[in-house]
Design a protein around this ligand. Structure first.
Ligand SMILES: C[S@@+](CC[C@H](N)C(=O)[O-])C[C@H]1O[C@@H](n2cnc3c(N)ncnc32)[C@H](O)[C@@H]1O
Length: 187
């Protein structure tokens, strides 16, 4: 199904949309590597979010701009699950991980369900994805399921103000700063 969606986007959309699509696909990693990625990762340090040995889910990983740095921090005792709904993003993430010699990144193709056990993840990282989610509540329920009771869901987005409207009974706010909100799962 996902491949069919990609083919549709590539083959049928008008040239303007195609240019916009190409801009995001090809320039986004450049923008992330050159500037915004390191700025956003300062929040990892500020909140002590990523640590060696963790199970880290990068939900909506895109081309892996956060999956790769996370994999370096969690080291081989930990695992980064890089999940996205577009196969092309995952292919790029895989290639980048291979090139960087990182063997602790597992890619996952999905637009909602996470193929991981209940209570198995330390951190869910969702950067610039929340506003794109069609099924926000369903995705949050799934993230609640896979997080350990001591785990953290970190959402970086322009829409963090809208997050609490979808988290009732699932998460409580732990901390917040500008565009990032950290949430703890409710047991
Ligand atoms: C703006 S990009 C952000 C990528 C990456 N997190 C970053 O900050 O560089 C949003 C990503 O979320 C993915 N995405 C959107 N909706 C999704 C869903 N329901 N499930 C999984 N991934 C999704 C898109 O395919 C895209 O790769």
């Amino acid at each position: 199904m996902f491949n069919r969606i990609e083919s549709f986007v590539e083959e049928n959309l008008n040239p303007l949309y195609r240019a916009h699509y190409a801009l995001w696909i090809y320039w986004w990693p450049v923008w992330r590597s050159a500037y915004s990625g390191s700025q956003i990762r300062k929040y990892w340090d500020k909140f002590g979010l990523v640590k060696p040995g963790q199970s880290f889910l990068d939900y909506g990983c895109g081309t892996g701009c956060f999956s790769l740095p996370a994999a370096k921090i969690v080291q081989n005792a930990g695992t980064v699950y890089a999940l996205d709904c577009f196969p092309r993003q995952l292919e790029i993430t895989k290639k980048r991980a291979h090139k960087a010699g990182l063997a602790n990144i597992v890619t996952m193709l999905s637009d909602e369900k996470v193929q991981l056990d209940d209570g198995s993840v330390d951190v869910v990282w969702m950067c610039d994805v929340f506003h794109e989610l069609m099924q926000k509540r369903q995705v949050l329920e799934e993230l609640h399921r896979v997080l350990k009771p001591s785990g953290i869901l970190a959402i970086y987005d322009d829409w963090t103000d809208k997050v609490p409207a979808f988290t009732e009974g699932l998460f409580v706010e732990d901390s917040r700063d500008r565009k990032i909100i950290l949430l703890k799962p409710i047991s």
